[in-house]
Ligand binder design. Structure first.
Ligand code: E4P
Length: 217
């Protein structure tokens, strides 16, 4: 399973990239706002660090304008993935941009039928929002599993990008149901290494080692 990092925090991306944890990056207008940076500048900087797909989202509502914005964003670097919303205008933009050979991430997906039509429109990635579904007591993970089955039934090669990942359990569940990619904030990726038994075991080893009076170096 690929790990995309859901942030425009360049330092956090670079740190995780050095650990081999970054297969790509996703951003959205809220993430750009949080960064306080210019979208073109910060996205270019991210593309200088990460060689995998870097999603940059259009903000227009009409297909023609989305296509223009998508082409401009795609000029930033060859690894830009143009992110469009799951509306008919977004799908029209997806069809045109993917037809031009660009990677397209269709975002704000909340149903299996939405995922089906995104695949038919040529999406490279479909982004179902797990956490936002859980927020309203719907089962985000069931949606990922349904999309997996539908895509496998018909051989669609659109990659399932589990988005709005909030917890380490979301990561485990996404891997179990066969998401191709998860995108998660740096804090969630970092928390994947945590386990209280690891901490307890290490503390015990440290104590016992001190009692041996030995040194390795
Ligand atoms: C990424 O592509 C999505 O925009 C992001 O995961 C949404 O996450 P949120 O629901 O935590 O804002």
């Amino acid at each position: 399973m690929k790990f995309f990092i859901d942030t425009a925090d360049v330092a956090a991306i670079a740190e995780l990239n050095d650990l081999g944890m970054v297969d790509g990056v996703t951003t959205n207008p809220s993430i750009i706002l949080k960064s306080g940076r210019d979208i073109l500048e910060v996205t270019k900087e991210i593309c200088g660090i990460v060689s995998g797909p870097v999603s940059a989202e259009v903000v227009a509502m009409k297909a023609d304008d989305m296509i223009k914005e998508g082409r401009k964003l795609a000029e930033i670097a060859p690894n830009i993935t143009v992110k469009v919303p799951l509306t008919w205008d977004g799908l029209r933009a997806c069809k045109v941009l993917s037809g031009e050979g660009r990677m397209v991430n269709v975002t704000l997906c909340f149903s299996a039928n939405q995922a089906l039509i995104a695949a038919k429109a040529g999406a490279t990635f479909i982004s179902p929002f797990v956490g936002r579904m859980d927020d309203i007591n719907l089962d985000g993970m069931e949606l990922i599993a349904d999309i997996r089955q539908i895509y496998d039934n018909y051989g669609f090669d659109t990659q399932i990008l589990a988005a709005s990942i909030r917890t380490v359990n979301h990561v485990t569940q996404s891997a179990l149901v066969g998401a191709d990619v998860i995108t998660a904030p740096p804090a969630v990726i970092k928390a994947l290494a945590n386990h209280p038994l690891t901490d307890a075991g290490l503390a015990q080893f440290e104590k016992d080692w001190a009692k041996t009076g030995q040194k390795i170096l």
